[in-house]
Ligand binder design. Sequence first.
Ligand SMILES: O=C([O-])CC(=O)C(=O)O
Ligand SMILES: [Mg+2]
Length: 588
Amino acid sequence: MSSTSLKEMRNGGEDYSNGHGGGVRDLYGEDCATEDQLITPWTFSVASGCSLLRDPRYNKGLAFTEGERDAHYLRGLLPPAVFNQELQEKRLMHNLRQYEVPLHRYMAMMDLQERNERLFYKLLIDNVEELLPVVYTPTVGEACQKYGSIFRRPQGLYISLKEKGKILEVLKNWPEKSIQVIVVTDGERILGLGDLGCQGMGIPVGKLSLYTALGGVRPSSCLPITIDVGTNNEKLLNDEFYIGLKQKRAAGQEYAELLEEFMRAVKQNYGEKVLVQFEDFANHNAFDLLEKYSSSHLVFNDDIQGTASVVLAGLLASLKLVGGTLADHTFLFLGAGEAGTGIAELIALEISKQTKAPVEKTRKKIWLVDSKGLIVSSRLESLQHFKKPWAHEHEPVKTLLDAVKAIKPTVLIGSSGAGKTFTKEVVETMASLNEKPLILALSNPTSQSECTAEEAYTWSKGKAIFASGSPFDPVEYEGKVFVPGQANNAYIFPGFGLGLIISGAIRVRDEMLLAASEALAAQVSQENYDKGLIYPPFSNIRKISAHIAAKVATKAYDLGLASHLPRPKDLVKYAESCMYSPGYRSYR
Ligand SMILES: O=C([O-])CC(=O)C(=O)O
Ligand SMILES: [Mg+2]
């Protein structure tokens, strides 16, 4: 097939690519070629059979055909059987299911990723509901805690204080030159598990594998980075197997300078359109970094903005079940950090958009509780800046239970990172106040969930509509099966990032987050609602991501922030055509 027809196939007959836009460049037709099409051979892989087998990007294991075994000097290096990818997948899924310890499944998946990347993504895409809890929350949390002992091959870039002054050179050591998404952490607040220092690397690696599996961004365009400025975790500092810098965290100017050098180097090396996703930074840095770099870089904070967008989507969808408009509801949060204040602000923006009321007014329906109790105006002076907009007139209230009684929320959202905080009394009070209380226990991993699905359904006597950040199995209560949803930012960031990439966006705006929420809510079907679900199943996630991407890209074009021109006519189709698919390619 000629390159022209490849391009035509890719663009559905419309010539979208002008070679220098922001769309996904696919020079070799690597992603859209089918198995019976040839792609350009890579000289190094032709040169030696062994190095081909050891290159996870091109290795196919037993799926190399007889012809390829001849042409690529693989004879004798593989046993004689030839498997197709489906049979390999069946064999691996069978093996994975033998492991009873989740961490062993995680390690088996990481081994596969390091051995045969396409097969790894094939498994993840085809079995997304089964494997998401393995490569992502909750298991990835445990993996980070034990990263020092399970660490085998580095999977991303480590940039520590030792690399100060040399970050640009470090970026150049990474083998891929054309990067579209970076997920970066400094490991200070890994899920709800706290400071895991350098071992936080599991998070960028996991998030980026979802960028590929759920959002179709090519693996070679993804770069996981951990910035190591030390750790305040004593256990790690005293652990002889700790893989990071053994010193207390740098803060203040030293921290700011390293981050500044990093952000400059990223833009210099990869250009204006590389997306930098901040992940699992502590509150005190997360808000500042987002604010500082959102006017000069394409940045997105998943914990503030991604979580906000996914929760808003669930709330919009839930109106079908509980009735009314968003403005009719009263919201109470436990936790006033990145997720809590991020969600609160996006809800206020959406109500403002719907009712035309100023956001200062729409914020008044939203209340937050932090470790010192309800956030009220008498506490204003001592509040961190990101909490100040939520300090409304009210007498002081110390506990969550008393806050529920005083505020009478219709929606209760847990975002504090602390588990078991939605007690029986709290859930019972929500159920006594509401016909259908909406209860979201967002903290991750499962151990940090504010309550379990079973607790939410049994304590509310089957009244609650429940979703959680980490997955829970369906629960049977009095003969009825309740299916909890998973309110996790994994619904949003892969499609959101894809939308930014395909439009060549250069900045992120709140309107794009609202568009992503509305796109996700629109994907919830009647069949889902009938089961009490406020999110669509993850099994459809690639289609969902394409729709989110299209809406985000549309906003980018409307706001004049898109650089990929001309604007494709059908953005859903275009997004789909840009998505990586994991089927094998023929090399000769
Ligand atoms: O990783 C997840 O499951 C969601 C998330 O961003 C977090 O909890 O920090
Ligand atoms: Mg996170």
